[in-house]
Design a protein around this ligand. Structure first.
Ligand code: HEC
Length: 332
């Protein structure tokens, strides 16, 4: 039924039932005839809608349950590569190609637990193809009423960014050769309820002894039993101090003053995790910070600082690999 048309509307409920039922008869294991076959769009959407159904947009425990189910959802895991790029889909640019959109790069576990879980899904979807891209367009609604610490960072730092989340009508997953290459927030229904937040200029803040946003901490994406949790946090915090003193966070923060795409966010633990190996590469060739012609400073760091940051970055990358391997994530 899907193959005959390029764009068609489906409701995933039937697929969801079929999928759940077949998984149950095998006591939670994949039926043998499914081994190796890539998940269909219907299976992917059913898994996401089952994990994150429509409900109260302020319910933090429903969001947490959604994050945990997305973490484990096999049809979603099956399409994930080593990174996910995620962003708003520009209305003026119809292509699904991530090269023409402004995106941010994440580790796939971080993306699905922290970012995708901010949305609720009806199970309705359409499928489109554009060259080698397959776009799965899922109807969605944003969890607009959560506490501020439940969002990956203060999305309201730019009013249009927050509005784009509040008004989004679809999440689009773009696949190429069966692998997810981008996720987009799409559409704008401005009749949806408004929620006002004012940014006070801080990316992080304290709330009853917890650093906020709490979803950006490693404790949100790693199990409490993960033996590498503390070492990973220590490695990041040591590195973060150096990022600050070397002005890395002037550019590698959500406001993205240099307009880099994909954006590399180093200002939060979880967001930085996906860039741990790239960080080592960049420091090895001494490519950051970029040269500043106005200030007359050359590209890179002086040798002492470069060597120190490189040692810290290698430690972060090593412990990050171990922590993710413990969770059963592939660690490129
Ligand atoms: C003046 C702004 C600015 C500063 C300061 C800065 N960066 Fe960057 N960084 C960029 C831009 C722009 C890019 C993307 C384009 C590029 O590679 O030049 C980037 C890319 C990167 C990447 C990804 C490279 C890739 O190949 O994808 C890493 C990792 C990185 N920077 C780390 C750092 C670190 C570590 C520091 C501090 C020592 C730093 N940056 C300071 C602007 C900056």
């Amino acid at each position: 039924m899907v193959s005959s048309r390029h764009s068609a509307v489906f409701v995933a409920a039937t697929a969801a039932l079929t999928f759940t039922a077949s998984a149950c008869t095998e006591s939670g294991t994949t039926p043998p005839d499914d081994v190796g076959s890539p998940p269909t769009p219907a299976e992917i959407v059913a898994a996401i809608a089952d994990a994150c159904p429509m409900g109260d947009p302020g319910d933090a425990s429903a969001r947490r349950a959604c994050a945990e189910k997305l973490r484990d959802a096999e049809p979603l895991r099956a399409i994930l590569g080593s990174e996910v790029v995620w962003g708003g889909h520009r209305a003026d640019h119809p292509s699904w190609n991530p090269a023409v959109h402004h995106t941010t790069r994440f580790n796939p576990r971080v993306w699905r637990m922290m970012y995708l879980s901010q949305f609720m899904f009806t199970g309705e979807f359409t499928v489109e193809t554009e060259g080698s891209f397959t776009a799965i367009r899922m109807k969605t609604s944003f969890r607009r009423d959560m506490d501020m610490g439940q969002y990956p960072y203060p999305l309201w730092h730019a009013p249009n960014k927050w509005a784009a989340h509040l008004d989004a009508t679809e999440i689009v997953l773009v696949l190429r050769n069966g692998e997810l290459v981008a996720g987009y927030r799409f559409g704008s229904d401005t009749t949806q309820p408004r929620v006002e937040h004012t940014w006070d200029g801080r990316w992080t803040w304290e709330n009853e002894g917890v650093t906020e946003p709490r979803v950006a901490l490693f404790t949100y994406i790693l199990s409490p039993t993960n033996p590498h949790l503390e070492a990973l946090n220590d490695a990041y915090r040591t590195l973060e101090e150096e990022f600050r003193s070397e002005s890395c966070l002037d550019c590698h923060s959500p406001d993205n003053p240099e307009d880099m795409t994909p954006l590399v966010i180093l200002a939060y633990p979880n967001q930085a995790l996906g860039d741990r190996h790239m960080l080592v590469d960049v420091l090895e060739i001494n490519e950051m910070p970029p040269a500043d012609e106005e200030a007359g400073t050359p590209m890179g760091l002086d040798e002492d600082h470069r060597a120190m940051l490189l040692t810290l970055a290698k430690e972060f990358a090593r412990v990050g690999d171990e922590a993710l391997a413990f969770e059963g994530e592939s660690t490129p």
